[in-house]
Design a protein around this ligand. Structure first.
Ligand SMILES: [Ca+2]
Length: 454
């Protein structure tokens, strides 16, 4: 259907207009945006009832010399149907807008944070390094001064504490020097001094007291004998048991007296003969003594203490091996401390033929050692009980170069060296065929006053 034209237009003009209209319809879309943009085109009043074609050509007179014509084309408003996917553009716009707002909020937030951090940093800097220039001024300055004073005071206190610790350490080192050994040595030396004083008094008393003959004639005096030597002095020459009273404040007890060996007068402390008595005993057993005084026995540490306290004693040890070899060891001083001092051993100088096994070397020295039993560890071996290991009660070091209370073996034996042992015995330390260990047939320990003259 052809478009209609306004009245008063010629046929030629109508044909031209029809052509225009068709052309316009064909290229409308292509030029629409150009037409829309042409604001200078003179508008023709729209008359929809008379003009079906929306494109109108209007004459405004003859064409001018400059090539411009008075005709002008008036195009209708343009509507283009876009694909429905374009509907998403609005949503995308909205999303973009939202994202933009979020980004802006974040930016603002960051800026706020940065400003706050800068503020804090400024305040901190002022507070510590440049007192008085902070926002709060004098208050901060006072606070800082107080803190500085406090730190200085703490530092001073710390230095004083260190000095005190140094002084205490010095005291501690001095105290360490005054250790238990020194205390024990001191006590022992006092005991030895007292023993000496008592012995001197005893000597003086003896010189003023009635002669032995007078004593013998007095039945009351004859009831008290301190040891076997006193029985010897009154003429007893039979080796047997006698009752002695080494300390009148303590009760008397039976002892075995050897009235034959080297002049006699010996009070016997220990005998090993045949293994009839087990010497693996407790502290209490060794304290009170055990065995048979006429065969094998240990007299008892309390009794040995009293005997050695009453007079200065010498010690004699007699040994006989299974080859019939008989040797002896003599110590010119022998004292055993009381139970409180763990029956500590004190021996004097050695003399004899069996060797000084009680004082073998620096690391094996039984002198000044405490008594140890399988149930009472007083030895110097830190990792165990020598008494338990060697089945004996003895003045163990860590552990031994002598042990006369070891197990009684009737012949050579293997295993732990827990038999009767005297480390300086000839051939004792030689490696033996099949690692057999020697033992002793007989052993005996006995004491006599140092001043005794048979
Ligand atoms: Ca030990």
């Amino acid at each position: 259907m052809l478009p209609h034209f306004p009245a008063g237009v010629s046929a030629t003009t109508e044909m031209k207009l029809a052509t225009w209209c068709w052309l316009s319809s064909a290229v409308l879309a292509a030029y629409s945006f150009l037409v829309a943009a042409n604001n200078e085109t003179e508008e023709i009043k729209d008359e929809p009832d008379k003009h079906a074609c929306p494109v109108r050509l209007e004459s405004r007179g003859k064409c001018g010399e400059g090539g411009e014509c008075p005709y002008q084309v008036n195009l209708p408003p343009l509507t283009i149907q876009l694909p429905k996917q374009f509907g998403r553009i609005e949503e995308v716009f909205k999303e973009v807008q939202n994202l933009k707002e979020i980004v802006n909020n974040l930016k603002k937030c960051c800026q706020d944070c940065k400003l706050q951090a800068d503020d804090n940093r400024d305040q901190g800097t002022n507070g510590v390094l440049v007192p008085g220039t902070g926002v709060s001024g004098g208050a901060d300055e006072n606070k800082v001064t107080e803190l500085e004073d406090e730190v200085n005071k703490l530092s001073s206190d710390l230095k004083n504490a260190k000095k005190d610790i140094d002084v205490l350490q010095g005291h501690l080192e001095k105290l360490n020097l005054v250790n238990m050994n020194n205390i024990e040595n001191y006590v022992d030396s006092k005991v030895a001094n007292l023993t000496s004083v008592v012995n001197n008094l005893d000597g003086k008393c003896s010189s003023k007291c009635p002669s032995q003959e007078q004593i013998r004639s007095s039945p009351v005096q004859q009831l008290i004998y301190k040891d076997c030597s006193e029985y010897y002095k009154i003429g007893k020459r039979s080796s047997e048991t006698y009752r002695v009273t080494p300390d009148p404040k303590n009760s008397s007890f039976e002892v075995y007296c050897d009235m034959e060996t080297m002049g006699g007068g010996w009070t016997v402390l220990q005998v090993r003969l045949d293994g009839s008595i087990n010497f693996t005993k407790t502290w209490q057993d060794y304290k009170v003594g055990f065995g048979n005084l006429r065969r094998e026995f240990w007299l008892g540490n309390d009794k040995i203490h009293l005997l050695t306290k009453s007079k200065e004693m010498i010690l004699r040890i007699d040994l006989e091996d299974f080859n019939g070899v008989k040797l002896y060891a003599l110590y010119d001083h022998f004292y055993v401390a009381n139970e409180f001092l763990k029956y500590r051993l004190h021996i004097g100088n050695y003399n004899g033929t069996a060797g000084d096994a009680l004082r073998f070397n620096k690391h094996h020295n039984h002198d000044m050692k405490f008594f140890t039993t399988p149930d009472r560890d007083n030895d110097r071996y830190p990792s165990g009980n020598c008494g338990l290991y060697y089945s004996s009660g003895w003045w163990f070091d860590a552990c031994l170069s002598a042990n006369l209370n070891g197990k009684y073996y009737h012949q050579k034996y293997k295993g732990v060296h827990n038999g009767i042992f005297w480390g300086t015995w000839p051939g004792m330390n030689k490696a033996q065929l099949g690692h057999y260990k020697s033992s002793f047939k007989e052993a005996k320990m006995m004491i006599r006053p140092k001043q005794f003259k048979p």
